[in-house]
Design a protein around this ligand. Structure first.
Ligand SMILES: [Mn+2]
Length: 378
């Protein structure tokens, strides 16, 4: 395994180089962070690659600890063995909780004031951490992500992703990478400038812990994986924060074709439950376009959202219309007429309502290469 890791490290010499201007951002001494990584039956080599890269590519003073949450993997030994690595603590769930509740458990136990969430199948690049911590230190309401490079699914090589992408979505709440709007691109005189992004992919981001707690952490009634990135992104923007991608920070991530683990309630139903909760709590009247784009979501159970609605009122968050007008004006609202025709057609084609292959296939994020790939975040 070690030899494989070394080979993996050797491949890093081909990592995309950071822009030289980035170096100037490292003058100030940023505060340390707790790295939170949740996993469920992750391959040992991939998990170790993630942890090792964090330890060798981060200034030691910035890593307060690495908190691993083993979400009830089949082999409890992984957690014990990983705990022997310096700075690593591993907590094991007594039952399967999913990515969302596992991350909240990790955040609650974290001792640093800044949280760094990382997927379990990553390789962080040189100087990945300082720019993100710096941005959050300057303004604690910023939630920042790196450019997410691609670790090849076929040979685990590290491949550069485009530096001109941001996170977007369609009305079915399907995440997609998209080009920065042309006006914004033209206005960028400095390639290291942060990129405002309507949503984050969700696997990798840095956030102030007290801001994370103030904003209500995550919706812990969401299960396993999926949709939590929309809920968090809408909440951050609408409740007074911002989301950005930092070109000076790069992290490689394995974009997987399918989830390498099972969903107790089924993949499609889980994604629908989670995105439906996000739509019901945050999208106001715009949720009709979600239901039009994803007719199979209608009538599916999604649990009580009373607590999240209370949270939204308490935080005095802006309406979704504000998000549409100020954060994501590029997302076009379907014509009313077109919506009703789609709905009619959908009812025809999709009956009987239930989990369908197309709903299943559209339930994930794709790699920033443009190739269609699903993303398992945990
Ligand atoms: Mn992932």
């Amino acid at each position: 395994m070690l030899r494989r890791l070394r080979r993996g490290s050797a491949a890093n010499h081909n990592c995309p180089k950071r822009c030289p201007v980035c170096v100037s951002e490292l003058r100030h001494r940023p505060p340390p962070t707790s790295i939170i990584i949740t996993f469920h039956n992750e391959a040992r080599s991939t998990l170790l690659r993630t942890i090792k890269s964090v330890l060798i590519r981060s200034p030691p003073s910035l890593i307060q600890e690495i908190v691993l949450i083993d979400d009830f993997s089949s082999d409890p030994e992984d957690c014990q063995l990983l705990s022997e690595i310096p700075k690593v603590r591993c907590l094991r769930n007594g039952r399967r909780e999913g990515l969302i509740r596992s991350r909240v458990r990790g955040a609650n136990t974290a001792s640093a004031a800044i949280l760094t969430f990382l997927d379990s199948h990553c390789e962080v690049n040189t100087d990945w951490l300082q720019p993100m911590i710096q941005r959050v230190k300057e303004d604690h309401t910023r939630v920042v992500s790196p450019i997410i490079d691609v670790i090849s699914l076929d040979n685990f090589a590290y491949l550069a992703a485009s530096a001109d992408l941001r996170g977007g979505f369609d009305w079915s709440l399907h995440f997609k990478w998209e080009q920065i709007p042309i006006e914004q691109k033209m206005a960028r005189s400095d390639p290291t400038q942060p990129i405002r992004t309507p949503v984050i992919a969700g696997g990798i981001f840095v956030m102030d812990k007290s801001w994370f707690n103030h904003l209500g952490q995550y919706d812990t009634h969401m299960d396993i994986w999926g949709g939590e990135n929309f809920e968090l992104s809408f909440r951050v923007w609408m409740c007074g924060g911002s989301l950005e991608i930092l070109p000076c920070s790069r992290v490689g991530h394995v974009f997987r074709k399918r989830h390498p683990y099972d969903f107790p309630e089924g993949n499609a139903l889980t994604y629908i439950k989670n995105t439906r909760r996000a739509a019901e709590v945050w999208m106001d009247e715009y949720k009709q376009y979600y239901y039009s784009a994803r007719p199979s979501a209608q009538g599916k159970a999604f649990g009580s959202i009373a607590d999240r609605l209370t949270l939204r009122r308490k935080l005095n968050c802006k309406p979704f219309r504000w998000f549409m007008e100020n954060v994501y004006p590029e997302l076009r609202v379907p014509e009313q007429e077109a919506v009703s025709s789609v709905l009619k057609k959908a009812v025809c084609v999709w009956r009987p309502v239930g989990p369908t292959p197309s709903a299943w296939q559209s339930a994930g994020a794709s790699a920033p290469t443009g190739r269609s790939r699903r993303d398992g975040n945990s």
